[in-house]
Design a protein around this ligand. Structure first.
Ligand code: GUN
Ligand code: ZN
Length: 449
């Protein structure tokens, strides 16, 4: 019977509760020398190596001593067609969309091309330790098929959908309310709940969807209540002002989505930089999720997301980190967390390393209502995890000792170096359902080998 069991020896970090609302001793699970036992792609047991060693003496053990294993990172929002236009100079949101984004997304009408880019994009996620992602495709159904085909091939947990947009964009990139409804419906029936894939109804934002289109998006969501709703909200001041002009009867930007039935517990709103207090409260009541995209918000000059307000205990809003590639400047959620720290520093509310790693793992899983399946190493969860190297460069070897420390306080300091100095170089390996999906040391292009 032991043939189907596999063990991993390493240091382990995961969360059993939210460190924004509880003490670290109540929420952080840190094992300096642990053993994770995986059976059929799921977590069977996690404990001290010394305690479990005898019980599992017969099984194969993969030794990552000196490394840290964390649940795989969860990226709550990014755009696969924008991979090739990451780092486009000089513009803020609305001009950036017109000048760079729309012409690029046009190419994704071609399914072969879309599949090539999807493949590169998904490999890049794995190289960065991201094992679950919520992804914008393009307006073309072919781009959705291309994306899901490649995600399914890698057994990745992915949430995606066809972009709906019927105005304020070039003709070559627009659909109609009816075609968007019909195409989305067919794609839901084709892809939702196939293996680990999930569908998100994806109107781009209130500027590029007419009221008629948003209304049909709401109808679709009511017809398929277990799919997600994924869109952008209150990112940039000019955007918010334009939405108010387009929907003069609405009581603010969020209200546009709310009146059409798009604000619920499976709704994911990217950015939310310009939200009012009342809008934060409404997202809390609706149990919707916010994707916090610090590298993107800084890159496009959009502003500073008020993380401390989202995490207020009176009106808690579900939040996770997101890269928002290609307005975001990195696929690395470690770098994203580091920029998130700086955004909170500018508001004198510094994010702690444990809070950051919570947002990258269990917090993201809760934001997606997937915390029964992913997010930590509780027994029965899917064994998606990342093996982290604290010392991949001379600088990090100088900064961090060879052994991970035994106490939570000392460990917290090491963990902070991962989010401030870290990048894809710190990702030693990524596992999907207990299987190796990406290994730096076997990459011949890795100069550190
Ligand atoms: N708002 C509408 N579309 C987009 C997009 O592609 N990127 C970002 N960052 N914001 C948007
Ligand atoms: Zn985006």
């Amino acid at each position: 019977q032991s043939y189907s069991l596999k063990g991993f020896r390493a240091a382990f970090l995961d969360f059993t509760d939210d460190p924004f609302y509880t003490t670290e001793t109540e929420s952080v699970r840190y094992l300096p020398d642990g053993l994770l036992v995986v059976e059929q792609g799921k977590v069977k047991e996690l404990g001290e190596y010394q305690t479990l060693q005898a019980k599992y003496s017969q099984i194969e053990i993969i030794d990552y001593s000196g490394y840290l294993i964390s649940p795989g990172f969860i990226d709550l929002h990014l755009h696969f067609p924008q991979t090739e236009m990451i780092a486009a100079y000089g513009e803020q949101l609305l001009e950036w969309l017109n000048k760079y984004t729309f012409p690029t997304e046009r190419k994704f009408q071609d399914k072969t091309y879309a599949q090539q880019v999807a493949s590169l994009f998904l490999d890049e996620l794995l190289r960065n330790g991201t094992t679950t992602a919520v992804v914008f495709t393009a307006v073309f159904p072919e781009s959705v098929d291309a994306f899901f085909t490649e995600a399914q091939r890698r057994n990745l947990r992915a949430i995606a959908g066809k972009v709906m947009m019927d105005r304020h964009a070039p003709d070559y990139l627009t659909d109609t309310p009816e075609s968007a409804y019909q195409d989305s419906k067919e794609l839901i029936q084709k892809w939702h709940n196939q293996d680990r894939l999930l569908y998100a109804i994806t109107p781009r934002f209130a500027i590029t969807s007419s009221e008629a289109q948003l209304r049909l998006a709401g109808k679709l969501l009511a017809e398929f209540p277990d799919v997600y709703l994924h869109t952008h909200l209150s990112e940039n001041q000019n955007e918010v002002a334009w939405v108010k002009e387009l929907f003069p009867d609405c009581n603010g930007y969020l209200d546009v989505y709310d009146r059409l039935g798009l604000v619920g517990e499976r709704s994911i709103f990217a950015h939310c930089v310009q939200l009012t207090d009342l809008e934060f409260n409404r997202l809390s009541a609706a149990q919707s999720a916010i994707a916090f995209c610090p590298t993107s918000n800084l890159f496009l000059g959009s502003g500073l997301f008020k993380l401390h307000q989202a995490k207020k205990s009176e009106y808690p809003v579900k939040v996770g980190f997101a890269t928002d590639v290609g307005a975001g400047t990195s696929f690395s959620l470690l770098q994203t967390a580091g920029e998130g720290y700086k955004v909170t520093q500018l508001q004198h509310q510094p994010l702690s390393p444990f809070q950051a790693f919570f947002l990258l793992t269990l917090g993201g899983a809760r934001a997606l209502s997937l915390d029964d399946k992913i997010g930590n190493f509780d027994t029965g969860k899917e064994a998606d995890f990342v093996v982290l190297d604290f010392r991949p460069t001379p600088l990090m070897q100088f900064r961090n000792p060879p052994q991970l420390p035994p106490t939570l306080d000392a460990f917290s300091e090491q963990l902070f170096t991962l989010m401030i100095l870290g990048s894809d170089r710190n990702i030693r390996a990524t596992y999907i359902l207990g299987e190796l999906a990406c290994d730096r040391q076997n990459n011949p292009e890795n100069p550190l080998n």
